[in-house]
Structures are given as structure tokens and as C-alpha cells.
Design a protein around this ligand. Sequence first.
Ligand SMILES: Cc1cc2nc3c(=O)[nH]c(=O)nc-3n(C[C@H](O)[C@H](O)[C@H](O)COP(=O)(O)O)c2cc1C
Ligand code: SF4
Length: 519
Amino acid sequence: MERILYVPLDTAALAMGADAVADAFRAEAARRGLDLRIVRNGSRGLHWLEPLVEVATPAGRIAYGPVAPEDVLSILDAAWTDGAAHPLRHGPTEDIPFLKKQERLTFARVGLIDPLSIPDYEAHGGFAGLAKALDMAPEAIVDAVTGSGLRGRGGAAFPTGVKWRTVLQTPAAQKYIVCNADEGDSGTFSDRMLMEGDPCALIEGMAIAGLAVGATRGYIYVRSEYPQAERVLAGALRAAREAGWLGDDIQGSGRAFDIELRRGAGAYICGEETSLLESLEGRRGLVRAKPPLPAVRGLFGCPTVINNVISLATVPFILARGAQAYRDFGMGRSRGTLPFQLAGNIRHGGLVEKAFGLTLRELLFDFGGGSASGRPLKAIQVGGPLGAYLPESQWDTPLDYEAFLAISAMLGHGGVVAFDDTADMAALAEYAMEFCAIESCGKCTPCRIGSVRGTEVIRAIREGRDRETRAELLRDLCDTMMAGSLCALGGMTPYPVLSALRHFPEDFGLAAEPALHTA
Ligand SMILES: Cc1cc2nc3c(=O)[nH]c(=O)nc-3n(C[C@H](O)[C@H](O)[C@H](O)COP(=O)(O)O)c2cc1C
Ligand code: SF4
């Protein structure tokens, strides 16, 4: 009887030795004459258990992890008798609490399917959304996306349907769909996991976007540090084309859409949408002034939808299951789910897709299990390198775009990086300014010059040179950067700096700010 074994091909699993584990299973199965088929799936997102190997049994998939090549003999013994006891056995994968408590809509297939198999994708509901879209008027597709309440998952949370409507209503002979897969935020990996684990969801979302706005060409701009995502995407694009889901005549409908892959230039600013377009056109990543919006004059001067991987990969669910089914999740104006990414000093790091509205504390402790070091957590940075550092008094804030804005923070792309009580927040504030100085595109003065001066001022404060006066100077400089920068790199670098100053003044050798002490 054939047995199926799943060994992830995701970068996190590969980094932990998944290829060697797959090879060891293959060799041992051949030696024993076992009929074993190894499927290279995406990651389930339980990083502390990678490589997480699953064995298909009549009772469902049984998880083992973290598996090393030397565990292969004993796992094969246990697995062949249908999941007998083993120290690395976690029981049915779906019952592992970290997974069971999630609400996976966008990530429903990630880790479950073979990312390069179109039949597997279709068997799990894939291409149902695109099939529907092929029979819909463009306005009706845009209405569905608008009605779902989906907002951009790349950082700015702009309503996706509104962006698509602008492109639809801008007449042009050529329009484009550009997928922002640059994923530069610290502690984030959901785009990568999606592209490696369910690339067809992104392909399908982009094709639906093309039908919605009248674009026939798409580009995926993939972060240069993601070679595995690039390989998987290239294979999936080939497979989708061969199966007739991309090309000049999608499923005999007479509608055309195709996608090209482009490797990113390796700079944080190339994730900013106008810089990305410059880079795609072959120039240095330099921010463009807006207006005109990319939706009106984008790639090669044509109307362009530019969306994050997760925004686009969520669209198939909305089309297949209806706008209301997505809208039913979430709170306030934050509808649906967000794939949160737990990283840093956290015991159980990984991907948690949940409806908006749970608290940061629930994420950190119910899912993350507290710090990896066993020491008390001190500060959490949410939303990448431009996100605020949140002290424990703010961990009960619901994960919701507006609730985070109200405390001068942001959810951004959903990255959550934890720090324990050994973290020096003044050093982290200095690092935030230095990061801006290194990554600034140089177009505007508050960011280009301000970030260099800001780094120097924080260093002086840390060295104890006229601290109080320099702290005032730093606050002034932050005001200038927030008010005068052309894009969010200069405009939001003050968020981590000011939050560190406000909530952890003792790390700077300063007294607490009296008025804000309880915030
Ligand atoms: C400095 C900077 C870096 C950014 N990096 C990314 C990125 O890596 N990925 C991304 O999707 N959006 C990034 N963004 C946001 C994009 O400019 C843009 O808002 C997003 O791609 C739009 O897609 P969405 O509406 O689906 O979120 C960045 C913005 C700034 C200011
Ligand atoms: S804020 Fe910084 S990165 Fe943004 S346009 Fe100005 S110089 Fe460039």
C-alpha cells in the first residue's frame, strides 16, 4: 500500500534541514522496499517544529517534528503501524492547538497541498474564484472586493476595491497588475510562506484583478532574498499556463492574462510602491511624488493596480465564497483576517491567521507561549521597522487598524517581534534611525539628513551628553520628519523612536514624561 509523507519545501524548513530529512526517508524506504511517496508541501507555520513531517494515515495526517535525519528510522517504524507512539509525534496536525485555534482563509491550503500541483489546488477549491470571475462583469468583481471590506495587507491598509475601481475607470490601451512581493519588514514572512506554499492563490488573485480592471499583464516583484519563492512561483506559473489558467485564452473564455516574475533590487525602499515601479522599469529605486497615483499613471505610465501578495491571494476566497463570507470575520473597519507573524524572542514563532480583534496579549501568550528565553517580555514591535515599540500596558489593544492608530502604532503587514527584559530600548531607537539613514532613497531632506542627525543625537543621549536638551531636540526632529517626509520611511521612523523614548525613558537615562507616564 502506498503511503504519503509530507516534507516541507518552505525556506524555514529547508533552513532546518528538510532536504536531508526527505533524502533520508527516500533512502530508508528504498532499503525496506516500502511504497513511499514524498510530497514537498508548504510549511504549516509552526516554526519551532520545523522540519515538520506529516504522515498520511486513514485517520488523517499525523505530525512529527522537529525531525532530523537520525529520527527517520524510528519514525518510519512508528508511522507504518499507523501513528504509534514516538517522542516527536504531535498527533493529528489539525488538532495541534496552535493550528486548531486559527481561522485560516487566505492560508487555508498552505501546508496542505503540493504547491506545484494544479489538480491538488483545484481539489482544494482552487480556481473556483477565477472561474466565477470569468462570467462576471468587471464592475461586479470590483463590487465584490469592495463589499468584502478587504484593505491592503502591505502596510497602508488602503481599501483594495477603491484602488481597483480607480484603475477600472481610467481608460487606457494597456493596464497592469503588479504584485508587491518585496516583503522587507523585519519579522515578516507571510508573503514568502504563501508564495512557497500556495503560489496558485496569488496567480489566481492576480488574474481576477486583471479581469476586474481590464489588465492583461501582471508582474510579481519578488524580494531578491527569496530564491525558493522564486523557484516555486516559476514552476507554478508554468503549470498554470499549461492548464490553461493563464495565457491568451483562459479556459476558452477569450480573456487573456499572463504574469512575469521579476527579482527585486535588494533595498527596503523598493517595497514602497512608486520606488518599486521605478525599479521594475529598470531604474534605481527612488520614490515618486504622488499624484499621479499608480492607479492612474503607474508602470510605464499606464494605470496599474499594485497590491501586496496577501491582498491578492485573499481575492480568490472572496470571489469563490462571496464578499459577506469574508466580511463576517473581523471588527470595526478591519474586516476579514490577518496572517500575523510571530518572531523575535518568542517560544512558538510562526504564522497565525486570525480575524482582526484578538489582543496582542492573546497572540503573544496563547499562541506564542511567551518569550523563548523564559524571561519576562518587555516590548513588542508590531508592523515592521517603522512600527512602535509597545509596552505591556498596551498589549490588551485589539489587533485592529484603527485601535492601533489610536495608540500611535500600526499593524502594517502583521509582523510581531518580541523583546525580553534584557532589550535596551535606547539602542533599538538608535538602530531605527540608523536603519532609516541606511535605507533612505535620499529624495527628501527630512529623511536623508534627519535620520543621520537623529542617529547622532540618540548616540549622544546614550553617552549621557546633555540628555534632557538633546531629548527635546530629538522630539523636534521627529516632528519635522513626520510632517515633511515624502514617504512613510522618513515619515514613520519616528514611531519606534518616540515610543521607546516615551515608554522606556530609563533606558535613555531620562526621567519619565509625566503627562504620558500612564499611557
Ligand atoms: C518604505 C516602505 C516600504 C514598503 N515595503 C513594502 C513591502 O515590502 N511589501 C508591500 O506589500 N508593501 C510595502 N510597502 C507599501 C507599499 O507602498 C504599498 O502601499 C503596497 O504595496 C500596496 O499594496 P496593498 O494595498 O495591497 O497593501 C512599503 C511602503 C513603504 C513606505
Ligand atoms: S522619506 Fe526617505 S525614503 Fe521616502 S522619499 Fe523621502 S528620502 Fe526617500
